[in-house]
Design a protein around this ligand. Structure first.
Ligand code: ADP
Length: 458
């Protein structure tokens, strides 16, 4: 697998992780800044109330003592304190060192209410001075202010730490993303290497390594394995069929050659004529085998042209029976068609005759003298089931599933003529009609081959 995909996925994963982490810390930062500002405001408010109360009780001297005591104890953060008398003269002013940058002139403005809050910004360092003003009796006002320096430092510290944490998070996210995608894509890599090895060797026995967990990628691997198994079976089947065809064609062709050679060598006109007749027979046999093979594959692949219509089953059965009537009589086998003339199926008459002829041929061929072959049909629902029943040797249960296979021939039938294509053709044609085939057999008692086809629409 090209590393680009894993890298891309890993980076996407890492990036989304990082973006979430950044969003989280921005949110935390905003909450923290608000909480600190609110806390500063509360402290300021309580100090203003405290100093106001002291001023009312002990006057300016009392207030000075309290401020000095507070500073001495270091209990309170130092504050800006201003007392202005009725003539707007500043009678007391104290400001912590280093706060000189704020423009305090706005504090001199006359008050609109008894209590007011003012914020004074100091743009060069972004700090803010918050001042609470309270008017008390006699036109005196007390002002207590607090700079945002302390919380600004705290927040700056928070930002610097967050940046470090983000850098670390970015590294962890990228590494984690890469590891996760590498591990997550392992089934795809296994799939890729299997497909590659099949392409390289042309052998379908390679399988995708699966873990048995039921996650979708592992499931895909198992599905591909099932598919490979299916392809392998099909290929083996096709190879086997091809070998069989080659073998089955070689026998008549060798006979053909031998007959022709013997006739040629003998020089006797009668022997030549005999040989030619023989050769013709063998050629016909080869031709029939090839035609059957081609018909089967046409029917199986759906390219067989069917002239569909309402077909009288009785008529096609009679025509098929007529082909084997002489043979049956010679053998002493009773061949009895018994089909209701009213039974009609939807199909191609030529192909259906071929189907019945194949079944009747087998029945007559395999049934010994004294036996009987019945050709029957029964309409039920929208379907018609036709059957060819014989009192022949029957088929062993273990052979039954294979009788429909191409070129399959039961051991007992080796002596009888045939190449093992008849039943495959029957099945392929019936299925091309949308029907089904079935066989039921009891060894020693006989067999019933049946086919179910759609009934003709009235
Ligand atoms: P073939 O008859 O040329 O051998 P088929 O495809 O028609 O080939 O049949 C396949 C096999 O099924 C036969 O070789 C035979 O073993 C078995 N078979 C078919 N029809 C019958 C039957 N009526 N009775 C017994 N065995 C049968």
């Amino acid at each position: 697998m090209r590393p680009a995909l894993a890298l891309r996925l890993g980076l996407w994963y890492g990036a989304s992780f990082l973006v979430s982490a950044i969003a989280l810390s921005v949110f935390t930062y905003v909450l923290l800044a608000r909480a600190l500002a609110a806390q500063d405001h509360n402290v300021l408010e309580s100090m203003l109330a405290r100093y106001t109360a002291e001023f009312q009780r002990g006057g300016l001297v009392g207030l000075q003592h309290l401020i000095a005591a507070d500073e001495g104890e270091g209990r309170h953060e130092r504050l800006l304190v201003r007392v202005v008398d009725a003539r707007t003269e500043i009678v007391y002013f104290s400001e912590p060192p280093g706060w000189g940058g704020f423009d305090l002139s706005v504090l001199d403005r006359p008050l609109a209410r008894d209590s007011e809050w003012t914020t004074i910004a100091h743009p060069p360092d972004g700090s803010v001075l918050e001042v609470g003003t309270r008017r008390i009796g006699g036109g005196v006002t007390i002002q207590v202010g607090r700079s945002s320096h302390v919380r600004d430092d705290l927040l700056a510290n928070f930002r610097a730490r967050s940046l470090e944490v983000m850098l670390l998070t970015a590294l962890i996210a990228a590494a984690g993303g890469l590891v996760l995608t590498y591990v997550g894509l392992a089934p795809l890599r296994a799939l890729e290497s299997t497909v590659r090895s099949i392409l390289a060797t042309g052998r379908f026995d390679a399988r995708v390594a699966t873990t048995g967990t039921r996650d979708p990628l592992d499931e895909l691997g198992s599905l591909v394995n099932d598919m490979l198994g299916r392809i392998q079976t099909l290929l083996a089947g096709m190879r086997g069929a091809l070998d069989n065809v080659a073998h089955d064609l070689r026998t008549p062709l060798t006979r053909f050659r031998n007959v022709a050679e013997a006739a040629l060598v003998s020089g006797d006109p009668a022997a030549v004529r005999d040989g030619l007749a023989h050769a013709l027979e063998e050629a016909d046999r080869v031709n029939a085998t090839l035609t059957a093979l081609m018909d089967i594959s046409e029917a199986e692949t759906g390219t067989m042209r069917l002239a569909l219509g309402a077909v009288s089953l009785r008529e096609v059965a009679d025509e098929a029976v007529a082909l084997y009537a002489d043979e049956a009589e010679e053998k002493g086998v009773a061949l009895r068609p018994a089909i209701d003339p009213a039974v009609h199926v939807h199909g191609d008459p030529t192909r259906l005759r071929q189907v019945l002829a194949n079944l009747i041929e087998n029945a007559v061929k395999y049934t010994p003298a004294g036996g009987r072959v019945d050709v029957e049909a029964e309409a039920r629902g929208g379907a018609v089931t036709a059957s060819v029943r014989d009192t022949g040797p029957g088929i062993e249960a273990e052979d039954l599933p294979f009788v429909w296979d191409r070129l399959y021939r039961g051991d007992a039938s080796r002596s009888a003529r045939g190449v093992g294509l008849g039943l495959s053709l029957v099945k392929a044609i019936v299925e091309a009609h949308g029907g089904t085939v079935a066989v039921d057999s009891t060894p020693g008692r006989g067999s019933v081959f049946s086919l179910t086809l759609p009934a003709a629409r009235p």
